[in-house]
Design a protein around this ligand. Structure first.
Ligand code: ADP
Ligand code: UDP
Length: 237
């Protein structure tokens, strides 16, 4: 499927139309951003690594019965997806305290969260993705209560599937962010699942193997993503 017009260039991916009005091409670039786009760097191979990682994870989620937008890998850095009407709400599940939760509530990083938490954020860089709730999402028409209920159920189902998958690679799935959209009336998982949008720690040492390496200037960012990929069986050339 050929790329046609560029619809949108995001912080990490570009989105192109295709000859099929229901399909888009996502191109994973090497650009890496943090702090709502305030810090941007190019990290060699990141586009390829995240594209392959995402394809692998989306396949596992589909196998588990979670509807995703993913159709096919097109190249090292491109994939074909269903064109979704994106819901501007980010769904975050946390199994272990880290990141903004630690800052907001003053809890200790690394504390197990039982049961896992579920949070909603508005996808809006200018406002620094503020935390929202179901009531605000309904009032401002970002999502209906039914859509929110489905997104929540699917986000927790993803947790079951991926916690087990990463555990096989001696990794802890600390937290992650998902984005959903609507395709022909149904809620479908969109965007990407890669170490850019989740936290993964080595189960024994708790070494960070995700985008926190970039946020915290720890180095070895892509090497860590590749290590995670190797441990769970992603084919990264
Ligand atoms: P950002 O917009 O946060 O800078 P990206 O660089 O990852 O993020 O850009 C990808 C954009 O494509 C995001 O806005 C995301 O919501 C959107 N998107 C992801 N999957 C789909 C899809 N299947 N259909 C339509 N838009 C999508
Ligand atoms: N996350 C993301 N995009 C965002 C905000 C968060 O992918 O715009 C991911 C982040 O990588 C982490 C989880 O969502 O895995 C929870 O992030 P948190 O709220 O702790 O925010 P952070 O301080 O990491 O931005």
């Amino acid at each position: 499927m050929k790329k046609r017009q560029e619809l949108y260039a995001g912080k990490a991916k570009s989105v192109h139309t295709t000859d099929d009005p229901d399909r888009l091409v996502l191109t994973f670039r090497d650009d890496t951003s943090a702090f709502d786009g305030e810090r941007v760097e190019s990290l060699a191979r990141k586009g390829m690594v995240n594209n392959r990682f995402n394809a692998f994870i989306m396949g596992k989620l589909e196998e588990a019965g979670i509807p995703t937008h993913f159709d096919a890998l097109l190249s090292d850095t491109e994939c074909l997806v269903k064109k979704l009407d994106m819901i501007p709400v980010e769904c975050v599940v946390r199994n272990i305290a880290a990141g903004s939760l630690v800052k907001r509530l003053g809890v200790e990083e690394g504390q197990a969260l039982t049961p896992p938490t579920f949070e909603l954020f508005l996808k809006n860089d200018a406002l620094h993705d503020p935390m929202i709730n179901e009531s605000l999402a309904e009032t401002f028409d970002w999502a209906t209560p039914q859509q929110l209920a489905e997104m929540k159920a699917l986000t927790f189902k993803v947790n079951q599937v991926l916690k087990a998958l990463f555990a096989e690679g001696d990794l802890l799935l600390v937290d992650y962010k998902l984005e959903f959209g609507v395709f022909k009336g149904n809620i479908v998982l969109g965007d990407e699942f890669s170490p850019d949008g989740c936290r993964l720690w080595d189960a024994a040492t708790r070494e960070k193997l995700d985008k926190d390496r970039f946020r915290q200037g720890l180095g070895g960012v892509i090497e860590a993503y590749e290590e995670v990929g190797r441990r769970i069986g992603v084919c990264i050339s």
